[in-house]
Design a protein around this ligand. Structure first.
Ligand code: FES
Length: 97
């Protein structure tokens, strides 16, 4: 999917991460939410009640619309750096208490 986002400073070392099983070459150390948007990932999650699609909004850790599951742990993509081998899936359903 084309999102209209792009890397500001392309040329850094690329590493492979997976989003929903799709291999993506992202720049190591970049902000994960920004890198996923630039790679065309949309949406990042769906709401537990209506299933409405969500994607990053605030990019500063406040809204949780960038919530994804990384290596089995729910995390905010905008508060995470790209590193090699991340296994990322969409956050689905209500969080376990
Ligand atoms: S985009 Fe709002 S918390 Fe990540």
């Amino acid at each position: 999917m084309k999102t209209g986002f792009r890397e500001l400073a392309p040329g850094g070392a690329k590493v492979t991460v997976r989003f929903e099983g799709r291999a993506l070459a992202l720049t190591e150390g970049d902000n994960l939410a920004a890198a996923l948007l630039a790679a065309g990932v949309m949406p990042f999650r769906r709401t537990p009640v209506s299933g409405a699609p969500r994607a990053p909004f605030c990019m500063m850790g406040a809204c949780f619309d960038c919530l994804v599951v990384i290596d089995g742990v729910s995390r905010q993509a905008c508060m995470t750096e790209v590193s090699a081998g991340l296994e990322i899936t969409m956050a689905k359903g209500a969080r376990d208490a």
